[in-house]
Design a protein around this ligand. Structure first.
Ligand SMILES: Nc1ncnc2c1ncn2[C@@H]1O[C@H](COP(=O)(O)OP(=O)(O)OP(=O)(O)O)[C@@H](O)[C@H]1O
Ligand SMILES: [Mg+2]
Length: 262
């Protein structure tokens, strides 16, 4: 089943004297169950627009999205979003932030804490349940955001540059954590990043997009996350000749797009 995106285009209408924007043009993409799809591309190529369509925050101008056979017509519990900057509720502590989606669904306090605690542990946040979120580091806050999304048990996890604000070491650790969680929870993931290395390491499928209008120009199947999950170290995977070769090929594509757009 999974998610099917068919001939989807998005045009933002003219506003304040600016012409209409063709944000996405004729997008076709299949995200199978348990697949990890990464989108990469120059700024403005429509990555977030595509994520917002899948989330149901935005409707396509033409074309159709279906999730598990049902047309996407708005947000739903089968999808959860992790934003670039965590969107936590600053007046709540860690456990109440993680359990927030369940609270909205009217689930009892005991039951929602039980579920939330499982993901707090999975994300390495044990012991911080009662901490106010503003006291946590950026990397920990981001992990709270991921735990919150997972707690709602979505079929599809949507992540818009979730690691963009982290320092290099924390970011590499978070990549490994997300891959392990993906492997354990069997979610489908749609993940946006500006880092070519991160894209190649994380995804099972890479879509490279190009701006004006936003299109998918290249699709690559990727073996690297499986190599990591099968026991190779992350650095070993990222330093292998086939990884470096593909990294340089993809960088060339992206730089050419950035130059054409400049
Ligand atoms: N609500 C909106 N109204 C009008 N134009 C919009 C709106 N949202 C996005 N756009 C335009 O659509 C295009 C695609 O934007 P989008 O945010 O999807 O790009 P992106 O690939 O996520 O970029 P970045 O890498 O900078 O996050 C851009 O030209 C943007 O200005
Ligand atoms: Mg974006």
């Amino acid at each position: 089943m999974g998610l099917t995106i068919e001939n989807v285009s998005v045009v933002f209408p003219a506003a304040n004297g600016r012409p209409p924007v063709s944000a996405l043009s004729e997008i076709n993409l299949q995200i199978d169950d348990r697949e990890f799809v990464v989108a990469l591309g120059a700024s403005g190529c429509g990555k977030s627009t595509l994520l917002n369509l899948i989330a149901g925050f935005l409707a396509p101008t033409s074309g159709e999205l279906t999730l598990n056979g049902r047309r996407v017509e708005g947000p739903g519990a089968d999808r959860a979003v992790v934003f670039q900057k965590h969107a936590l509720l600053p007046w709540l502590n860690v456990i109440d932030n993680v359990a927030f989606g369940l609270q909205i669904q009217g689930i009892s306090r005991a039951k929602r804490y039980e579920t939330a605690n499982k993901f707090v542990g999975l994300l390495g946040l044990d012991g911080f349940q009662k901490s106010p979120v503003y006291m946590l580091s950026g990397g920990m806050q981001q992990r709270v955001g991921i735990a919150r999304a997972l707690t709602c048990d979505p079929d599809v996890l949507l992540m818009d540059e979730p690691l963009g604000a982290l320092d290099a070491l924390t970011r590499e650790k978070a990549q490994e954590l997300i891959l392990n969680i993906w492997d354990n929870t069997h979610k489908s993931i749609f993940f946006i990043t500006h880092s070519v290395e991160e894209a190649l390491f994380m995804g099972t499928k890479l879509v490279v997009m190009s701006p004006r209008p936003g299109r998918i120009t290249h699709v690559f199947d990727l073996p690297f996350s499986r190599q990591f999950l099968d026991g190779q170290s992350a650095r070993e995977v990222k330093a292998a000749p086939e990884f470096i070769r593909l990294r340089e090929d993809v960088l060339k594509i992206i730089f050419a797009d950035e130059e054409a757009a400049a």
